[in-house]
Design a protein around this ligand. Structure first.
Ligand code: IMP
Ligand code: MG
Length: 330
C-alpha cells in the first residue's frame, strides 16, 4: 500500500482540489479518500475545461477512481445525495465509485440549525462543529445507522488491509493547519484535525505514506470572524484578482501576505516533502511581492526574487518546491 497525501498549510483555499486533480491525471491511484472535514469544504476543480465545486465527494470520480469519504469526515446525507446528483447531471460517472466509511459520523439537520446560529467564529454553517461534538460526547449517528446509505458503505480495514493491500491511495485533506482544531488559531478554527495525523486516524499506517504534498498559495487568505486583513488597498486588489470569495459560502476571503513562519511550522509538523505554491499569477497581476518572515515583512523587487526566497528555504529543508499559476496544471 502506498499513500500520497495532499494537505493545506494555510487557512484552506490553497488549491488542494486542483492539485489532487492534477495528481490523479498523472498517477495510477486506485483510490482517493477524503480524510477530514465535511460539507464545510469547497474544492474547486477544472475538469476538461469546465468548473466543478464539490464539498464532500473526493475528486477521484473525475478519473473513474474509487472515491471514499473517510471516517475522519462528517457528512450530511441530503448534501451527499445532492452532490451525487450534481455530478451525474454534469455527466460525471459516479456509479460504483462513491463510498462512505461505515463509521463516518452524520451531520443532522439539527446540527445545521445549531451551527447557523454561530456569531463567534464565522463558521460555514454546515453543522460541522456540532456533529464532531456529538461524535466525541458519544451521542452521534454514524453512516452505518442509515439504510439509505447502505449501497455506499465501506469498511476501511476490509478494503485496504484485506481486499486491496496493494492500493495506491491519494488522501485528500480539507481546510488546513491554520484552521486545525489543535494547531490553528483557536477558537477561530474548524472542528477537525487537518494535518498528517488525520490521515492515520482513518485507519492508515504511517509506514505506507509516500509523498506529502503541502499546498499553499502565494498569499494568505482566511474566511471567518477574526480580523485578518490589514488596512491596505493592495489586499482588495488581490481579493479581486484572485477571486477570493468562499466556494461554500460566497463570503469574502480576507487577505494578507504569505506567513512563511506558519508555513515552515506546517511543513515540519506534517513531514511535507513537496511544496506547491499556487496563484503566483495573482501577485504578478498586482505586481507586489511580499512575505512575512521572522515577524518581519520582506519586500521583493521581482517575482524571481520572491520565488528564490521560497526555493532556497525549501532546499534547506530538503524539499521540492513547485510554483504554479491559477489556470494551469502543476
Ligand atoms: P466550520 O468548519 O464551518 O465550523 O468553520 C470554522 C472556520 O473554518 C470558519 O472560519 C470557516 O470560514 C473556516 N472554514 C471551514 N472550512 C473551510 C474551507 O474549506 N475553506 C476555508 N475556510 C474554511
Ligand atoms: Mg475551499
Amino acid at each position: 500500500m502506498k499513500i500520497d497525501v495532499v494537505l493545506g498549510l494555510q487557512f484552506g483555499d490553497e488549491g488542494k482540489g486542483k492539485v489532487c486533480h492534477s495528481l490523479l491525471e498523472k498517477n495510477d491511484y486506485t483510490h482517493v479518500i477524503r480524510f477530514n472535514g465535511g460539507g464545510n469544504a469547497g474544492h474547486t476543480i477544472w475538469h476538461k475545461g469546465k468548473k466543478f465545486v464539490t464539498h464532500l465527494i473526493p475528486s477521484g470520480v473525475f478519473y473513474g477512481k474509487k472515491s471514499i469519504i473517510g471516517s475522519g469526515c462528517v457528512i450530511n446525507i441530503n448534501k451527499f445525495f445532492n452532490e451525487l446528483q450534481y455530478l451525474k447531471n454534469e455527466n460525471i460517472n459516479v456509479e460504483g465509485l462513491v463510498y462512505i466509511a461505515k463509521n463516518t459520523h452524520i451531520v443532522t439537520e439539527n446540527h445545521i440549525i445549531e451551527d447557523s446560529l454561530d456569531s463567534k467564529i464565522g463558521t460555514t454553517r454546515s453543522g460541522n462543529g456540532p456533529a464532531y461534538r456529538d461524535k466525541y460526547i458519544r451521542s452521534g449517528f454514524r453512516a452505518e445507522d442509515f439504510s439509505e446509505l447502505k449501497p455506499y458503505l465501506i469498511d476501511l480495514y476490509e478494503e485496504f488491509y484485506e481486499k486491496n493491500p496493494d492500493s495506491v491511495i491519494l488522501a485528500e485533506g480539507a481546510q488546513a493547519t491554520g484552521l486545525d482544531i489543535d494547531w490553528g488559531d483557536y477558537p477561530y478554527v474548524t472542528s477537525s484535525h487537518c494535518g498528517i495525523g488525520s490521515v492515520l486516524l482513518n485507519g492508515f499506517n504511517h509506514k505506507n505514506i509516500r509523498n506529502v504534498y503541502g499546498i499553499i498559495k502565494a498569499y494568505d487568505t482566511y474566511v471567518g470572524l477574526k480580523n485578518f486583513q490589514p488596512e491596505d488597498p493592495i489586499f482588495e486588489a488581490i481579493q479581486i484578482a484572485g477571486n477570493e470569495f468562499g466556494s461554500t459560502t460566497g463570503r469574502k476571503r480576507q487577505c494578507n501576505w504569505l506567513d512563511w513562519d506558519m508555513v515552515t511550522k506546517a511543513i515540519k509538523m506534517n513531514g511535507v516533502n513537496r511544496l506547491i505554491i499556487n496563484k503566483i499569477d495573482i501577485l504578478r497581476q498586482v505586481d507586489a511581492w511580499r512575505i512575512r518572515s521572522n515577524n518581519d515583512l520582506i519586500t521583493f523587487c521581482s517575482e524571481s526574487d520572491f520565488c528564490d526566497f521560497i526555493r532556497e528555504k525549501c532546499e534547506k529543508m530538503w524539499l521540492n518546491s513547485i510554483f504554479s499559476d491559477t489556470p494551469h496544471e502543476i
